[in-house]
Design a protein around this ligand. Sequence first.
Ligand code: PMP
Ligand code: GLU
Length: 397
Amino acid sequence: MKPLSEIVAKTEASATLVLTALAKRLQADGVDVVSLTAGEPDFPTPQHIKDAAKRAIEENRTTYTLNAGTLELRQAIVQKFRADNNLAFHPSQILVSNGAKHSIANALQAICNRGDEVIVPSPYWVSYPQMVLLAGATPVIVSTSEENGFMLTAEQLRGAITARTKALILCTPSNPTGAIYSKHDLELLAEVIAETGIYVIADEIYEKMIYDGAHHFSIGSIASIRNQVVTVNGMSKAYSMTGWRVGFLGASQEITSGAERVQSQTTSNASSISQYAALAALTGPQDEIVAMAEEYDRRREFIHSAVTSIPGIRCHMPKGAFYIFPNISDYLGRSVRGVTMNSCDDIAKFLLDEEGVALVPGSSFGSENHLRISYSCSITELEKAAERLQRGFRKLE
Ligand code: PMP
Ligand code: GLU
């Protein structure tokens, strides 16, 4: 038989999805596992959104929509971008896709040629480097420092840009670190972006989950680079709509049209029913979003304090999203019953096997010294997890 695709052979499965599935499988088999793997809200989708979807079914809104998404939904997205992000788009500059992951993949396909480089600051969300590879380009990983709050500096960006650099992927608030770039941070990056003409894919999916009075600022609103920025967002996190699969991007007409052509030849429109649900989410009451963010904040405080009470673990306080990213490097090289913890993967495996706590090792995000803990689960689950983590790390002392 002929060999299969070399690019796909090199593509890794998403570690977050694989580990979330593993935890679910163990739970289904009756194993007592607390899962801190999934970056997935545990709240039900708000009722008025579910009602809109039911209405859409009853009204037979079950045909293909326009490939780019219904005009009403794109108009609502234009409003959202204007009101929340100070971004001005025409509906033709909006593309609705099957989740923000799909939006990013479409944007990369529209932007990249084979051999292009795409800068990905690390720690990064697991899928970015893989999506760059799938688009035929090369991810260039730039490590940010923990001391600088895991944020890419303008000097680092400048230093990483070569003649082949096409784009930068920037995630704020960040998965996995919870870092939020301020307006000033982004203005400094924008100077380099304007000078070099590279594109930016700005992933803002965690924009509504911000704490300690932090502000979310959209890099696409900086006038000098407006046409170079693809702003990506979606319904999954803010509205607790992960399974509905609706994400969107706003960009220059040229980029959006390119991404739309990619979508027209691969998946066509996002689910019509989900689009009506998304319309209700964006145009309806927003109070449940605020309530969810308040609950995440309580969980953040709890799990951060529980984890940092473990000797040798350091963890910067995340300002956004729903993850903490503790540094566990003090525990590397330690042994338990003759087994040495050589990597964060070993520690994650030990915590799962020994204590029944599932989490994602930092290696999946480009950092060997960390673990990612998602706090998108109830305080009761977090309390159970905290106890187990404390006990597990004590065994490694
Ligand atoms: N970006 C980031 C940083 C994420 O964590 C996720 C989580 N799934 C996504 C994009 C994609 O979300 P979705 O495809 O569900 O909209
Ligand atoms: N984005 C979430 C996470 O990082 C969901 C899983 C995924 O899509 O990778 O856990």
